[in-house]
Design a protein around this ligand. Structure first.
Ligand SMILES: O=C(O)C1=C[C@@H](OP(=O)(O)O)[C@@H](O)[C@H](O)C1
Ligand SMILES: C=C(OP(=O)(O)O)C(=O)O
Length: 425
């Protein structure tokens, strides 16, 4: 089949003034699915995200013996049948949450589970998933690759107890173990060792979601989490809008000096995307609450920024796009781990921004971006939804910018391009 033609993304020479209700959070939907699959009874998710990553998670849990019945905006999950002994194959796609969160669940069944994914998934860091499962006494067959594909040979019981992990390449190694830990015979006493842990809000989200379901978690010591063994209470939850994905719409307000109302922005949340409130101010814009919504205003110009994005790395591509449109130079730091994301995001951003005439250099842990007049070109996305988001933000101010494979956004956003076109064109 021929690849679809690159998509001409809309340009805008007047301020955007629009509102958006973004679909549910990927990170919350996939945590709710995993915890529902391990719970002591059926749970209902309202307004879950229905995108590639969450469909892959639902399919993975179904193959392990859970049931996920989808009825529009309501998904009903019946927990895993851990007595089933059929060998299974799990397609992880390019979803970090599936490739990291599901293997510990497979270890709780008495049957082999084979994990694989998209071609690039085989290059994402998985060594710590394999090493920690082995340290817990679980057999994992990876033929020495330290990466996908591999087979988890569960025996039905994981003893748990003290365990070390080096999660400097991804916070998901920690979250994955914490989510399964209540089902380990002795719970888990997990310590992160090594360089600093990225994406801490995502770990805090994991702890929060466990506690909401009655699980005891002690996180009073930095880089250590003690999870008590015991039941995970079934819980009906409404999934918050995805604030990281809201960021691309917020950026439209900043890029055009306009206004974007994001409906249903939670008052309190563990989502990394909540950082958009501070990021917009750093770029010279402002934000106000209006009832359940946040209204973002772009400033009269876009200021250059110097930001440590270690905690909120997934926001980097859209932040980099705004930095390339700013009045002055920017430095983005603390995001070396982005080299292990959907693609090497530091290399991809530098290459694509420079293709448009930009002046961007990669540093050891980030990017230096010196704004230059940009021109249209075909912007490659490398199967990375957030590279497509960066492209459409740039296109608002750069005519003739074509996005290669904009449909890669389906990873976390169904129907993104038509929604974007309707709101900003
Ligand atoms: O646990 C999660 O839901 C996520 C954790 C983060 O991963 P890293 O720590 O690998 O950056 C984040 O970037 C990813 O989009 C989602
Ligand atoms: C890093 C990301 O995804 P994943 O969950 O696949 O790691 C992301 O969505 O930016």
């Amino acid at each position: 089949m021929n690849a679809p033609l690159p998509w001409l993304a809309p340009t805008r020479d007047t301020p955007v003034d629009a509102q958006v209700l973004v679909p549910g959070s990927k990170s919350l939907t996939n945590r709710a699915l995993v915890l529902a699959a391990l719970a002591d009874g059926p749970s209902t998710l309202t307004r879950p995200l229905g995108s590639r990553d969450t469909q892959l998670m639902a399919a993975a849990l179904t193959s392990l013996g859970a049931q996920v019945e989808k009825d529009g905006m309501t998904w009903r999950v019946t927990p895993l049948d851990r007595t089933s002994t059929a060998p299974v194959s799990v397609d992880c796609g390019l979803a970090g949450t599936v490739m990291r969160f599901v293997p510990p669940l497979a270890a709780l069944r008495s049957a082999p589970a084979t994990f694989d994914g998209d071609p690039h998934a085989r290059r994402r860091p998985m060594g710590q998933t394999i090493a920690t499962l082995r340290a817990l006494g679980v057999e994992v067959d990876d033929e020495g690759r330290g990466a996908l594909p591999f087979v988890v040979r569960g025996t039905g019981v994981v003893e748990g107890g003290p365990l070390e992990v080096d999660a400097s390449a991804s916070s998901q190694f920690v979250s994955a173990l914490l989510l399964a830990a209540p089902a380990f015979a002795n719970g888990l006493d997990l310590r992160h060792v090594g360089a600093t842990l990225p994406s801490l809000p995502h770990v805090e989200m994991t702890v929060h979601e466990l506690r909401r379901r009655g699980v005891e978690v002690d996180d009073s010591t930095p880089d250590r989490w003690v999870v008590a063994p015991g039941p995970i209470r079934a819980l009906d939850v409404e999934i918050e809008p995805d604030l990281s994905n809201a960021g691309v719409f917020v950026a439209a307000a900043v890029a055009t000096g306009g206004r974007m109302r994001v409906r249903g922005w939670p008052e309190r949340t563990q989502q990394a995307g909540d950082a958009w409130r501070a990021l917009v101010e750093a770029f010279g814009g402002s934000v106000e609450r209006d009832g359940a919504d946040l209204v973002f205003h772009g400033g009269s110009s876009i200021q250059g920024v110097d930001l440590d994005l270690h905690d909120v790395g997934e926001l980097t591509p859209v932040v980099a796009a705004l930095a390339a449109l700013a009045d002055g130079p920017s430095r983005l730091r603390g995001v070396a781990h982005l080299r292990g994301h959907e693609t090497d995001r530091l290399a991809a951003l530098a290459t694509e921004l420079n293709r448009l005439g930009g002046d961007v250099t990669e540093t050891e842990d980030g990017l230096e971006i010196r704004p230059r007049p940009l021109h249209g070109a075909i912007f490659e996305t490398y199967d990375d939804h957030r590279m497509a988001h960066a492209a459409v933000v740039l296109a608002l101010r750069v005519p003739e910018l074509f996005v290669e494979n904009v449909s890669t956004t389906v990873k976390t956003y169904p129907n993104f391009a038509p929604v974007w076109e309707r709101l900003v064109a």
